[in-house]
Design a protein around this ligand. Sequence first.
Ligand SMILES: *Cc1c(COP(=O)(O)O)cnc(C)c1O
Length: 392
Amino acid sequence: MKDTTRVNHPPVVELAADNRSVVPPIYQSVKFEFDSLDETERFFRGERPGFFYTRASNPTTRQLELLLAQLQGREDCLVCASGVGAISQTLLALTKQGDHIVCFIETYNPTRYLIRRLLARFGVTHTMLSIEDTAAVEKALAAQKTRLVMFESPTNPVTKIADIAALTRMAKSAGALTVMDNTFAGFHQHGEFEVDLYLHSLTKYASGAGDVMGGAVIGRTELIRGMRTDWGTLGGTLDPHAAYLILRGLKTYFVRYQAQCASSQRLAELLAAHPAVARVHYPGLPTHPQHELAKSQMKQFGTIVSFDLKGGAEAGARFAGALKLFALTASLGSTESLVVAPSMMGGRDLTQEQLRTSAVTEGTVRLSIGLEDIDDLMEDVNQALAASTPTP
Ligand SMILES: *Cc1c(COP(=O)(O)O)cnc(C)c1O
């Protein structure tokens, strides 16, 4: 064998069946082969398990899918290259021309775009309501045959809480699927409800490090199987190396989530007691209008703390600019703390009335709480609050 050939067929290092690596290897390979054409054909006929092409499946991404399904308490999962990819591929796989979607004003901006603009081009219609108005949901479901109800809880950025039991009950009796973006609550929450499909951005809490993107849909076998071919063909494949980084991040998911929630509660209490703050949005505060509902649905209240400054947009800008430990950027759920200033909030696609319903004001600031020492975070927030009010 010449060396030009050898570099393309390097020596194979096989492990004995009784000798394993403790951390599973990354299957950084696009292609897989069987020993014979007969076995390859049996695989194509579905007569044997295996892997063939990474866009369809890969052992490393499959390991991530099986773990996420177990964490969310469902049978199966598909992952892809981003959270938005998971939302778009799920909505495309579930809908056809003429279908109707019930969705909400209090929804991640790209999800609103997908439903209101992109799916509308393919003849999918929608009714957009407030997540707090369950009576309107009942009415919409009665008025029109509906394919699915798409919602989140807690919502972005002001942490409104969806009444999941009510939504799933109404959707089920109307013959509609429920699709829940569960990114804010995490993989360990809301699994006991009769939600048909859970969506997650793996970019957030899964890796925690903020260095990799991914998305997932989780649900029962029949629904996931029905979407598998569409997902493979839409082609937003998660790279095996990214899947490995997410699997690695998940090892510390529970301790991170718990510690970040504890800090979030402390900071929410600090903000609620401060004279510059008009209102704090954190489901863990007894003053949150849906605190009882949140308590009945959630074990932990998440790491997003939003609040309205009395001084409006200018105070928000001064506050965000004065913070030293919070990066001024999008995303959430990472180990470093982040801040979104009022002028960075989306919602330009909403009418004035919808904006009022959203409860996002021109002084609304969103914090994502990381793993820094809580005393350092409190000191930083305190000095930024002081800087947000101009000295008379
Ligand atoms: C970030 C986020 C997404 C999108 O995830 P990406 O991985 O950034 O594409 C979807 N839904 C919610 C609630 C999010 O916070």
